[in-house]
Design a protein around this ligand. Structure first.
Ligand code: SF4
Length: 591
């Protein structure tokens, strides 16, 4: 390890804001990583999302960057010239014996500058240090042959080396694709700019003000956090709030998110199956048949139904990869989720708690869920409607109007209950399955007829999906606004499920029955309760997953997106409301 040579430079209280010592940190936690300075220079919001909210997501560019750094990510110190005398006035740093050395992946801090950083490579000759930072891609055709964020990051590394007693007047950027080094001089202008940015970044973090998204920026399509930031969507909703109701901003929203996920859920319901890990694959060993292998890279979540075993090593591997495990009872009740440690977004959890304990804030958000639910229920009936549905549609339209007028959560729940009664009476008429599939009303715990058994299981799948999505976004899924917290109940997932029950849950059930994907043989009846058989559950899971993969046109943003992706977008929009970026939760409604 390289140890500091001189004592730390004294803090100069007369320094200007951008001068030496102006950014001195009070504790190690306040130190700004040099890499974060790069992000901040690229886009302040990106640095906020990563540094303050703890967000991270890989994209192609970050994966290429990690790959390009593989040779400099292991800490080493290596002599690459004949040893010679080290300056007399200073003992050689521990482990260094020559006057020309290469040190890789060294973590150094400089509290006087408010900085710390992991330096890819430092070339040392005597007391002179040159930081070399590895960059993916080729030398850019811009002034200085380097982008500003990269020059600033390198300069921060130079300041760290100076504060640790080294002479450092320049650094080099090594562009992996071009295999070329570009020299960056740490002149006064660059040093002042770097210190200014360190101060600005720390001010942003201290005041906890998330910067607004960039507007129509070419940086966003290349940004790894675009699907978390939702720049165009956030700008569109903020601007729409200022426009007359009939105007639309949707034309300004670029489609920057992938329409669907790469990985898919793995459901295991063969009773007695044993799940282990085999290298980069999951190994599923059923009781009566040969093992199956599933590449981990293709799995987005694992759902275990009933008596399925999974090894501790596999649970750890899945947690490390952020792949949640959902647990269901044999009867289809969603009972638990196993994930890695919670998301780091403490800020969002604090905002969620504040709103959940504020009746007016909760009511405002809950109105969005219920208005969207009734609108989507009405749309489902309208799509299949003939004349006899008109009174139901009118009553539902009336309930939608009333949502904004209720002034407490109990009344809102009451309104929702009345709307559900009207809706389910209409929904029952849409089912073409004969007497076995007659629906007399909603019942559960346990369901007493096949349609209710289907609805209960599909709703459990939906709540499972939203629980893990909300958790991944940084929410506490157990703290709701409409559904008040109750032990073991994922109240927030139940809240968000409201607007998707008709679109995902009920329409899956209609498809299953009306397309004869289930029959009376798909159910077993015991002591007045009705449950799905294993083949019945398999058919439901297949239909539900097809539904989640269906792409729909987003009515506000105008692009196509799968329901599964949409769950994440809606969860993130909800987080924007809680963090004060949007005034109102825009529930999702189809046309
Ligand atoms: S998506 Fe755009 S606005 Fe959002 S963090 Fe990235 S660069 Fe900044």
């Amino acid at each position: 390890m390289i140890s500091p040579r001189p004592e730390r430079p004294a803090l100069d209280l007369t320094a200007l804001f951008t001068g030496e010592g102006a950014n001195e940190a009070e504790s190690e936690d306040d130190l700004v990583p040099a890499r974060m300075l790069n992000e901040f220079t690229y886009c302040p919001r990106l640095a906020y999302l990563e540094w303050v909210q703890g967000e991270f997501r890989d994209n192609l560019e970050t994966k290429e960057g990690t790959f390009g750094h593989r040779n400099v990510d292991r800490p080493t110190v290596k002599s690459f010239a004949a040893p010679s005398d080290y300056p007399d006035e200073e003992p050689p740093p521990v482990g260094l014996t020559g006057d020309s050395l290469a040190a890789r992946a060294l973590m150094l801090s400089a509290p006087s500058e408010g900085l710390l950083g992991k330096l890819d490579l430092i070339e040392l000759t005597g007391r002179t240090a040159v930081p070399i930072d590895y960059k993916r891609g080729s030398v850019p055709d811009v002034p200085y042959q380097a982008w500003e964020p990269e020059r600033v990051q390198l300069c921060a590394q130079g300041l760290i080396l100076r504060a640790n007693g080294y002479d450092c007047d320049h650094g080099e950027l090594y562009y992996i694709e071009s295999r070329r080094r570009i020299r960056v001089d740490f002149d006064d202008v660059l040093v002042a700019r770097t210190r200014q940015l360190v101060g600005d970044l720390r001010h942003m973090a201290a005041t906890r003000q998330i910067p607004p998204p960039l507007v129509d920026s070419p940086k966003c399509p290349r940004c790894s956090l675009v699907s978390i930031c939702l720049p165009d969507e956030t700008n569109c909703l903020r601007e729409s709030a200022d426009l007359p109701a009939e105007s639309s901003n949707s034309g300004k929203v670029r489609k920057l998110l992938p329409a669907r996920d790469d990985g898919l859920p793995l459901y295991v319901q063969d009773q007695g199956t044993y799940i282990g890990k085999d290298g980069e694959r999951l190994k599923l060993t059923p009781v009566k048949s040969a093992p199956l292998f599933v590449p981990l890279i293709q799995v987005s979540q694992v759902c275990l139904l009933g008596n399925v075993q999974i090894t501790a090593a596999t649970i750890r591997e899945l947690a490390d990869r952020n792949i949640p495990i959902s647990h269901f009872s044999y009867g289809g009740w969603f009972t638990a989720v196993t994930t890695g440690l919670s998301h780091k977004n403490v800020e969002l959890r604090m905002a969620q708690s504040r709103a959940a304990f504020d009746p007016q804030a909760s009511l405002q958000i809950a109105r969005g869920f219920i208005a969207a639910k009734i609108k989507n229920s009405r749309t489902l009936l309208r799509r299949h409607a003939d004349e006899k549905y008109k009174p139901d549609l009118d009553r539902l339209a009336d309930y939608i109007q009333k949502v904004d007028r209720v002034d407490n959560l109990d009344s809102l729940m009451g309104l929702e209950g009345m709307a559900a009664k009207v809706y389910f009476a209409g929904f029952a008429r849409l089912i073409r399955g004969g007497e076995e599939f007659r629906l007399a009303g909603r019942n559960r715990r346990p369901p007493t007829d096949p349609v209710n058994a289907l609805l209960s299981f599909v709703y459990a799948l939906l709540v499972k999906e939203l629980t893990i999505t909300l958790q991944a976004v940084g929410f506490d899924p157990f703290l709701g606004f409409l559904h008040q917290p109750r032990y073991g109940r994922p109240s927030l997932a139940l809240d968000l499920a409201e607007e998707f029950r008709p679109l995902v849950g009920d329409s899956t059930v209609l498809t299953l029955i009306n397309n004869e994907e289930v029959s009376p043989k798909s159910f077993i009846s015991r002591a007045g309760s009705v449950a799905l058989t294993e083949p019945g559950r398999k058919a439901v899971i297949a239909a539900y997953e097809r539904r989640l993969e269906t792409e729909i046109t987003h009515p506000i943003f105008g692009y196509k997106i799968s329901y599964r992706r949409l769950f994440e977008v809606q969860s993130r929009l909800l987080s924007r409301v809680l963090l004060g970026e949007l005034d109102q939760y825009p529930g999702f409604c189809t046309r």
